[in-house]
Design a protein around this ligand. Structure first.
Ligand SMILES: Cc1cc2nc3c(=O)[nH]c(=O)nc-3n(C[C@H](O)[C@H](O)[C@H](O)COP(=O)(O)OP(=O)(O)OC[C@H]3O[C@@H](n4cnc5c(N)ncnc54)[C@H](O)[C@@H]3O)c2cc1C
Length: 360
């Protein structure tokens, strides 16, 4: 194509390595009307990040990226397209590396859900660790040529989106498995503390959760073990079918996992008194007495396990399971797009005695 993008990418990668810089991936545009292509948006043209100007030294970009994890804590922003583009959208086909402190960059970051001071507290065992996802506004930011990796080559935009998501869905799976392990551990503790672990319906739910954990892990692991390498490149990436399946599997089943946890824990998950009530000299002893489950287990353990369950089933976890690393529709699209239908149709034809004509 006559570009020198691969040399620019290699130089940028070396820069990141040499400076030990951390990178936030800025793919998701704010998107406006989801039913319209980037160039066809109505009230303004900046719902998808795009090139608004260029000169011999570089380009000028405008737009906003959404939900960018931990952006404020990174050194560099890697901008890339989040969808397929048409020729009319060519100004929106852009990838580049932008330093966090570049002129024109504004980061509007979510605070942690729970103040850091309360992290690990009785009421909020997971508090403080989450948050920091940002809307990043790029208000006419200049990017020098050496940091531009796609400039208007609109046909290639979707390839960058897909290649990023092959990795991203696998990394989602890699962090999800340890979360599910703790989730299942917590469900088992609650079942034991409540004295219900031997009942059939409880074992069924716990077995379902074990299946959820182990299938999530197996799909992600297999995506790596069956990784794909291409002859003319040294790039190796997770098998797209399996990395997409891994993410889709845990997202589709996330709500059912929460249902099982809520069922096992009972209504106290919604009505748990707060730490101040346990510390109160009048109500504390009452709660110690009445909120115990099994006699051998201190009340405090049961209460702590239920508070952890509440946090693990929290709003952030639920929404992140579904949406982070791409919507379920985007995974289904990639699964559909990579399935070997031709081969499977031929197998079916052979079995049914239908002649194999490659065209039909
Ligand atoms: C906690 C968290 C962290 C994240 N971190 C990052 C990050 O670091 N970097 C990053 O780039 N992104 C990040 N994301 C963004 C994530 O990839 C998106 O949330 C996801 O792709 C969905 O996009 P959206 O939120 O804009 O929802 P929408 O796109 O509005 O999706 C809502 C619904 O609309 C449907 N929809 C949207 N457009 C179409 C269409 N054209 N045709 C048919 N259906 C459509 C979707 O399938 C879905 O059902 C993060 C998200 C979360 C929740």
């Amino acid at each position: 194509m006559g570009t020198n993008y691969s040399q620019r990418v290699a130089a940028y990668r070396k820069y990141l390595q040499d400076t030990d810089a951390s990178l936030a991936m800025c793919m998701t545009d704010v998107k406006g009307d989801r039913g319209l292509h980037p160039s066809k948006q109505k009230d303004h043209q900046d719902y998808y990040l795009h090139i608004v100007d260029e000169n011999k030294d570089g380009i000028v970009i405008r737009g906003a990226k959404a939900h960018i994890s931990f952006a404020a804590a990174c050194h560099e922003l890697m901008v890339l397209p989040c969808r397929a583009m048409t020729e009319d959208d060519k100004d929106y086909a852009v990838s580049c590396g932008v330093p966090l402190n570049a002129k024109g960059v504004t980061i509007i970051s979510t605070p942690p859900e729970i103040p850091h001071a309360q992290k690990g507290s009785f009421d909020f065992p997971l508090g403080g660790g989450l948050g920091g996802d940002a809307i990043i506004v790029f208000d006419d930011v200049f990017v020098p040529n050496e940091r531009v990796f796609l400039k208007k080559e609109w046909r290639f935009a979707v390839m960058q989106t897909y290649m990023f998501s092959n990795f991203h869905r696998m990394t989602a799976d890699a962090y999800k498995y340890p979360i599910i392990q703790k989730f299942v551990g917590c469900a088992m503790l609650i079942a034991e503390y409540n004295g219900i672990e031997r009942y059939g319906h409880v074992r069924d739910k716990i077995s379902w959760l074990v299946k959820y954990a182990e299938t999530t892990e197996a799909l992600g692991r297999l995506a790596c073990e069956l990784c794909v390498s291409e002859a003319d490149s040294d790039l190796v990436y997770p098998k797209p079918m399996l990395s997409n399946l891994a993410k889709l599997y845990f997202a589709e089943n996330s709500m059912e996992s929460i249902q099982h946890m809520m069922d096992l824990a009972g209504g106290i998950m919604a009505t748990m008194p707060r730490e101040k009530d346990f510390k109160n000299p009048v109500t504390g002893p009452m709660l110690q007495k009445y909120l115990r489950g099994k006699a051998e287990v201190p009340t405090e353990y049961r209460v702590k396990a239920i508070n952890l369950a509440k946090a693990l089933c929290g709003e952030f976890e639920q929404i992140a399971s579904l949406n982070a690393e791409g919507s379920m529709a985007s995974q289904r699209l990639q699964i559909y797009g990579t399935a070997p239908f031709q081969e499977w149709k031929e197998l079916a034809k052979k079995m049914a005695g239908i002649p194999i004509d490659k065209k039909k």
